[in-house]
Every structure is written in C-alpha cells, then in structure tokens.
Ligand binder design. Structure first.
Ligand code: 13P
Length: 247
C-alpha cells in the first residue's frame, strides 16, 4: 500500500514570517489520509521544521558536492544538520533556468539517498515535446538518466513528480487520463530499470495546475499517489481544502 503524498512547492515565495503563519494554520488540520508537506526557501526551512508537527518540510534544491567553491549553493550535509527529510530536485524551473540536467539530478539523488533524505525528483515534457508526441520518450529518457546507477532498495523510497511543463502555472492541467497514462509510464520505466518491487513501492505525484477542484480526480487514478502543487499551495485556505478533500 502506497501512502499518498501531497506537497506544496512554494518556489521563491513566502518570507520566514509568512511561512510560519501558514504552517501554524495548516499543520493542525493534517490527517493520516496522506503525507502532507511544503517546500520552502532555504531560509525558511529551520523555522518551518520547528513549527511543523505534521507537515513534512522539503528543501527545493541542493548541491551534490558536500562543500567547496560553489557560491550561493547549499549542500546536503547542511540540510541534514537542520533535520531536512525531503528535497525537491530537478524541477523544470531549475532545469530551464539554472542548468540542472539528468546528470546533475542523478548526482543530487545519490547524495540525498546517502544522507537518508527523500528526493522528490521532477520530470516532465515541454509543450513542444507534447505536441510532437514525444512525451513517453522524454519521460523514459529523463528517468533513465536521473535514476541511473541506484539500488532497487533505494529507489523504493523515492518520490517522482511527473509535471508536464505546459501545465505548470498555466491553469491548463493534464486530463486525468493523460496524467494517469504518464504516471503509468513512469512506473513501467522504473520496473524496467529496478524491477517490480521497486516500481510498486515508488510514489508518483502529478503536478501542473492541481487545485481543490481537481485533486480528487487525480488521486483516484491508479498510478497517481499524490500531487506537487505550486499556486494552489500558497494560500492556507486552498491547501486546507485540498487536505480536507483527500481524507
Ligand atoms: P502549479 O501548481 O502552479 O501549476 O505549479 C506546479 C509546480 O511547478 C509544482 O512543482
């Protein structure tokens, strides 16, 4: 049985004070129906971890090296020191704007796993790739690169977020049929790489304009175990509605 996991990705939003106010309001309404969490800025992580009893708190990136001349970066031991347990890697915004690639995402995944931090590893096709009917090959190739050379046991614990780039922040969400089909391809690719046991255990999220109005239909899909949510995770009211609807 896979426990659902629903995570808000705040991106570059919310000061420490705003993060604290959100967590104080939302944390008490979390329930056992799913794991709920939010990804915060590096700065807000420590206070968020202190304030959250139920929400899991995720970093939104990390560097794969432990230390060195990487101005502005944050390493996995630094996250480990403050008790971070989840870390989003390979988000399409990082791939598009900050040079993340399957190769660097793979290095980050390996380093996080070594530290016992769960990677929430993002993949997804662009609009042009979708139009060219390349979605399946993009998903398979991103997974074979970013999940390369791991052990089946490690892969079991990973969370994969399938986020079609054309659906991010656009209000244009994938149909539940398309989202299910793509999440099934994710599971199938993991089975090809690491076997059925790993594929059955891995939790797969859909992301891209998920909101209170459509969360239930995605969660009803066989291969969708949760959601990675941008815009609709920023307001406590809408995130609370999502929590309520996934009881
Ligand atoms: P939206 O929910 O705003 O489309 O963002 C999705 C996303 O990028 C989550 O990582």
């Amino acid at each position: 049985m896979r426990k659902p996991i629903i995570v808000g990705n705040w991106k570059m939003n919310k000061t420490i004070a705003e993060a604290t106010a959100f967590i104080k309001e939302v944390d008490p309404v979390c329930h056992d129906g799913a794991t709920y969490g939010v990804g915060t800025s590096f700065l807000a992580l420590q206070d968020a971890i202190k304030n959250a009893k139920n929400l899991i708190i995720a970093a939104e990136n990390c560097h794969f090296e432990d230390s060195g001349a990487f101005t502005g970066e944050v390493s996995v031991p630094m996250l480990e020191e403050i008790g971070v347990k989840y870390c989003i890697i390979g988000h399409s915004e990082r791939r598009q704007m900050f040079g993340d690639s399957d190769e660097t995402v793979n290095k980050k995944a390996k380093r996080l796993i070594k530290a016992g931090i769960t990677p929430i590893l993002c993949i997804g096709e662009t609009e042009a790739q979708y139009d060219a009917k390349e979605t399946e090959s993009v998903i398979r190739s991103q997974l074979s690169g970013s999940l390369a050379d791991l052990c089946p046991e490690c892969v079991k614990g990973i969370v994969i977020a399938y986020e079609p780039i054309w659906a991010i922040g656009t209000g244009k969400s994938a149909t539940k049929e398309d989202a299910q089909k793509c999440c099934h391809i994710v599971r199938d690719q993991i089975e090809k790489m690491y076997g059925k046991e790993a594929a059955d255990a891995v939790r797969i999220q859909y992301g891209g304009s998920v909101k209170p109005e459509n969360i239930v239909e995605y969660m009803a899909c066989e291969d969708i175990d949760g959601a990675l949510i941008g815009g609709a995770s920023l307001k406590a009211d809408s995130f609370k509605e999502i929590i309520e609807k996934t009881k």
